[in-house]
Each structure stands twice: as C-alpha cells, then as structure tokens.
Design a protein around this ligand. Structure first.
Ligand code: BDR
Ligand code: CA
Length: 361
C-alpha cells in the first residue's frame, strides 16, 4: 500500500466505471428518517469502516447491489489496529476486482478520541479471520479520513449516503472540523449501540462500535440531527444459520472462497458467546438498510444518548423509549427488517449477481 497525494476534490458522485445503471432503485417504506428515493436513484455510499469480517461482508454487499455505488472508504481502527484495517480494506477491494483508487481508501484515526483502543476478539489476529491473504499493493490516499469526509460532503452536497460500520472516531473528528457536515450528506446510517442493554462486550450492556469510542459516539449522537441507527439487538434477530452459511460460502467464485476463509471461525465464537448456531451479520445489515431503506419494516424515532462515565456502562446507548426526558428524537432506531430480503442481499454479495429486484421475494 503506497500513500497517494490528493490535490483537488474528486468531484463527481457517479457510478463506478463498468457498473450498470440501476435496474430498480430503493423503495423507501417505513423508516421515518429515510429520505425519499426515486425509483431510479443510485445510492452513492461513503463507508466508514474498520475491517473486520462483517465489514468485508458489508462492503461486498454494497458492491453487488445494483442500486448502489461505493464512492469512498474511510478507515478507522477498531476490530484491529489501523495498519491492519487499512490493509484489510485494500484486500477486500482486491477480492472485488475494484480498479486501483476506485473507490479511494482514506486511512483515519488509529484509536479513540480518549483512552486506548478496545480490541475485538472475534475477527482473528489480522481482522479477516486469519485467512492468510497476501498483502495488497493497492494505493491508499494521503488525505486523512476525517478531512476526506468533510471534503467529500462539501463537493457533493446532499448527494452521499454515509454508512459507519466501525467506531465513530473519524466521523466525530469530521463533525468537529465541520459542524455543518449533517447538511452536506443525504443520510447517515450507523451500525452501533445496544438499545435494550443487550450488548456484545465484556461490559455486557454495550456494543463494540459505541464502546470503542464513547466520546466519538456522544459527539455524533449529539450533533447529527437525524441518523438511522442499526443496533446490535436488531442484528441478533437475523442470524445466518449454519445451513445458509454453507450455501453462502460453498460456491465456486472468488467471493465465496474469500467469505469461506474469513468466516470459518465465526460459528464457534457465536455459539460460545450467544448460543446461536450460525453467524451474525451486523455491518451487512446496516449496509442493507443504507442501500434499501424499504427493507426496514419497523423503526422508532427516539432520543438516543451514550453513557460516558459508568465503570460498567461506559459506551452504553440509552434510548428514551417513552419520551420522558423530552429530548428531540435524533435517531430512527431500526427494530425489524424484511429478513428474507436481507438474505437475498447477502447471497448477492457473494455471487455478485446484479439485477435483484428490491422488495422482491
Ligand atoms: C460491530 O462490532 C464489530 O466487531 C463489527 O465489525 C461490527 O461493526 C458489531 O457490534
Ligand atoms: Ca465493523
């Protein structure tokens, strides 16, 4: 990975070279915070990510979706250190046969705003399931991810959908640099939070992305007026069982082989910690909500904050379910989705099959 210098804005919000035009666009239904999208709209994505096994799946899902283009990846430390998350982002793009620099990869923050990084335990020591992948030679950008987030938003006002599937450090920094950032993006979808206190961390009421950088989460929740939140409990409603996992990973293609290698240890981890036979797909679920807002079948607009101080609860998201606190709702909390449609999108992520009909099946 060599760092590339960037002098001017990458202006257009267009399709990747060689991608087909949208056959059928997203069909927004119930998500109250989702903006309207016309039937032929293309969702142009900026993905803030800490790859990560399920980050890889999410990026694959976005690439395969006929109604989405991936405009940029901004990378943060999280599941593993920054060097590795950046390297993994490049590996994923290699698997997807993305041309060098398209989408560009912007390395960002190496750790949380305060304190030290919380390491994940379920992604292997390399963040990609110890799959033994060769080092990528793909170039990465010299520009910091937080600066790229502000620049990209300014260059294409109201056009880009931002999806965060890692700790919120890069975005918090970008918001600090440019408080007008929410106006510059079309939509923000965040994978994070345990909205009923049923988390996935040693401090059990917390979820990894929020727990990894609580101050950053507080900045984002406090300053972004209306975001879409895909919490851990919703992820747990839609596990991919062992039979379906086999179906996903047993195909002949490069993507299926990659998925097989990165997920081979996941079922053991999920069974040991959650007693579920299969895997959870947190980041792909958030990506599905971003590319097909209509996949959401139940959501609630609520005021969501994050706890910063409690020794057992630092990083816990708190939701004012009944409005007692009187805070203005700042998040559309996704509670249920069309599970079969999500499964279709997961399958397409592996086969790369275009032409899926949103909402079909
Ligand atoms: C989140 O934590 C990370 O380990 C995953 O990549 C996902 O973004 C789920 O809590
Ligand atoms: Ca992630």
């Amino acid at each position: 990975m060599a760092a590339r210098d960037r002098t001017g804005p990458r202006g257009d919000v267009g399709r990747r070279p060689g991608r087909s035009t949208l056959a059928s666009g997203p069909s927004p239904r119930s998500a109250t915070a989702s903006p309207p999208a016309g039937p032929r709209a293309v969702t142009s994505l900026v993905i803030d990510t800490d790859p990560g096994v399920d980050d890889a799946q999410a990026i694959m899902l976005a690439f395969a979706h006929p109604g989405a283009t991936v405009h940029a990846l901004t990378v943060v430390a999280g599941n593993v250190g920054l060097d590795r998350t950046v390297a993994n982002a490049c590996t994923i793009l290699d698997v997807l046969d993305a041309p060098p620099g398209a989408p560009p990869v912007f390395p960002g923050c190496p750790g949380p705003l305060l304190g030290s990084r919380v390491a994940a335990t379920s992604h292997g020591s390399d963040g990609l399931g110890d799959g033994g992948f060769p080092a990528s030679t793909r170039p990465v950008e010299a520009e910091h991810a937080a600066l790229a987030l502000t620049r990209l938003g300014r260059a294409s006002p109201g056009a880009l959908t931002l999806v965060t599937i890692g700790p919120l450090t890069n975005l918090a920094l970008a918001l600090t640099l440019d408080p007008d950032l929410p106006r510059r993006y079309r939509r923000l979808v965040v994978m994070g939070g345990a909205v009923r206190g049923t988390g996935n961390m040693p401090s059990p009421s917390t979820e990894f992305n929020m727990r990894s950088d609580p101050e950053a989460a507080a900045i984002v929740l406090g300053r972004w007026p209306e975001l879409t939140l895909v919490p851990w409990e919703t992820v747990m409603r839609y596990p991919i069982g062992l039979e379906r996992l086999e179906e996903l990973t047993s195909g002949p293609g490069r993507r299926a082989l990659f998925l097989r290698r990165i997920t081979r240890d996941r079922p053991r981890h999920v069974q040991a910690h959650f007693g579920v036979a299969g895997i959870f797909a947190a980041d792909p679920l958030a990506m599905a909500v971003a590319v097909e807002p209509g996949i959401v079948t139940r959501s609630e607009r609520r005021h969501v904050t994050v706890e910063l101080a409690g020794p057992a609860t630092r990083g816990q998201t708190t939701v004012d379910w009944f409005g007692f606190g009187g805070g203005t709702p700042n998040a559309d909390v996704v509670l249920e989705v069309d599970g079969e449609r999500f499964w279709q999108l997961m399958k397409a992520a592996v086969t790369g099959t275009p032409g899926m009909e949103p909402g079909a099946g």
